[in-house]
Design a protein around this ligand. Structure first.
Ligand SMILES: Nc1ncnc2c1ncn2[C@@H]1O[C@H](COP(=O)(O)OP(=O)(O)OP(=O)(O)O)[C@@H](O)[C@H]1O
Ligand SMILES: [Mg+2]
Length: 265
């Protein structure tokens, strides 16, 4: 059996008085698309940052292809393609200059970099914006630039923090296809999302994260078996597992009062 590309064990992270992660354990194998689903503030971004070495764990361990991000940051970064929740791009550079800059940091030969960047830009329909300053691009276009930048060095692991946010239908489809192709070649993808249908259709496994730990994990069928009701959607299941089902019903009642009761008065 092959070794995991990502392995997190009993991770905890404390930000001052906030306990963001409370003992998070999971692994992602080559060929897997692992979706992290969780309410706002559950710890998805913190988990992704810990794997990438952008934040240090308070306790527990994490490895990428066997390397520890705190001890071997270069090995880890060279294996990861990362798209942040809010990608940081250099607004004053053009897309072309920015991608060339990324390729040079990654020490990729110019000919190879130009070929990969051109193909990706073509696929995402970004060639016509290549010489425009990044500052002038729309939100979705910036997201595409961040995605292209994450793929330039052809890493085995993709860490994508809500990769579809801001993308139009065509580009979302493209990203989903890209994720599938990446894993068919033996790579691994870990992504966070709030879009249930994406998780349902794309992930080989889903981890539901709540208050800093994985509270349920498995294929869609395995998760559905947990509640014993095959007719439940992933959304039903998610709300149940994160104790938000009753809360949503209460809040909907409050909204109903705000919108309709006042009219009757
Ligand atoms: N740098 C920080 N300093 C202090 N608290 C932080 C910091 N980063 C995250 N947190 C806290 O850690 C918890 C987890 O945050 P995180 O960003 O990981 O959640 P998330 O699951 O990605 O949420 P969302 O769905 O809104 O993106 C939250 O309570 C958040 O306020
Ligand atoms: Mg987040």
């Amino acid at each position: 059996m092959s070794a995991p590309l990502i392995e997190a064990f009993e991770l905890t992270k404390q930000f001052g008085s906030v306990q963001a992660l409370t003992g998070l354990t999971f692994r992602v194998m080559p060929g897997e698309i692992y979706g992290l689903l969780g309410p706002n503030g559950a710890g998805k971004t913190t988990t992704i940052k810990l794997i990438n070495g952008l934040v240090d764990a308070t306790s527990g361990s994490v490895t990428v292809d066997g390397f520890d991000p705190t001890k071997n940051p270069i090995e880890v970064k060279s294996r990861i393609g990362y798209v942040a929740e809010k990608p940081i791009l250099y607004d004053s550079l053009s897309t072309r200059d920015f991608l060339e800059f990324v390729a040079s940091i990654r020490k990729i030969e110019e000919i190879t970099a130009t070929r990969i960047v051109t193909q990706l830009a073509d696929a995402f329909g970004m060639e016509k914006y290549f010489d425009a300053p990044i500052a002038t691009l729309s939100m979705g276009m910036k997201q595409k630039v961040a995605l292209i930048a994450s793929l330039v060095h052809q890493p085995p692991v993709l860490l994508l923090d809500e990769p579809l946010s801001g993308l139009d239908a065509k580009s979302s489809r493209l990203v989903k296809d890209l994720i599938l192709l990446h894993t068919q070649k033996g790579g691994a993808v870990l992504f966070s999302t709030h879009i249930m249908e994406v998780a349902e259709h794309l992930c080989t496994r889903i981890g539901i994260i709540y208050q800093g730990k994985i509270v349920a994990e498995g294929t869609l069928d395995q998760l559905k078996n947990k509640t014993g009701n095959k007719n439940e959607t992933l959304e039903d299941l998610f709300l149940k597992l994160t104790n938000e089902e009753t809360e949503v019903a209460d809040k909907t009642r409050i909204l109903g009062d705000v919108f309709f009761k006042n009219e009757a008065a």
